[in-house]
Design a protein around this ligand. Sequence first.
Ligand code: NAG
Length: 235
Amino acid sequence: MKLNILLLAASIPAAAPFLCGTLTCDGTSVSGKDNVAIGQATQAIGVQGDTAMGFHTTASGSFSTAMGYGCTASALYSTAMGASVEATESESLAVSGNVHSKNAFLHADERLVTGVTDVDTDGSLEAILGLRVVSSRPSEAHCKHMNKTETECENNARSVGLLGQQVQETMPEAVSSGTSMKLVGSDESIDNVVGLNVHAMLANLVGGMQAQAREIEELKALVKEQSVEIEALRK
Ligand SMILES: *[C@@H]1O[C@H](CO)[C@@H](O)[C@H](O)[C@H]1NC(C)=O
């Protein structure tokens, strides 16, 4: 068993026996500058500042971090966590499971944008009307990513949602891709996994509702007008 942790001497107190006493460092691989690999078969192999922890994780993007089981952080400043995911977009965070938190805030500060113009919200309504709301089960590839047998997967509950590629047709600004999901037990992966930009979706929903409210107001006015006309005809 070869202990292969590279640590900056200055950052660790002289007496730090716990680091080697309690960690399994079998098969770690470390190269580059200031890289650290902790756990079995972990690799910290980018140019600088990579950290790999857990089991079979790889941090190679430089200043990247991979944690968990089989995760890879291959992009600059990226982090991959959980099981069998790869962060392929710089500064991104790839998580294989659900994210639970008290709240989530997405940057929306006006100082971060320029060239602000109003969007024709009739277009938002059109875009919403074009979306397919579907019920589905995890695909065979997704089951392989989750390391579940076909039977286990068939028992998975159906869930309701949208299809990223279909959303892309009407709201190209609302989708993005930046992770790769590995299939357990093979070299294959689902690359460029499409994700929805929740902020853009929300903006389109708000715009669509505004357009709908305008239509309803117009219809109400029309009905009122017609009621008056009917009333007049009756007399
Ligand atoms: C996948 O599942 C099998 C059987 O349950 C288990 O032995 C194996 O460690 C799992 N592999 C990963 C990568 O989770």
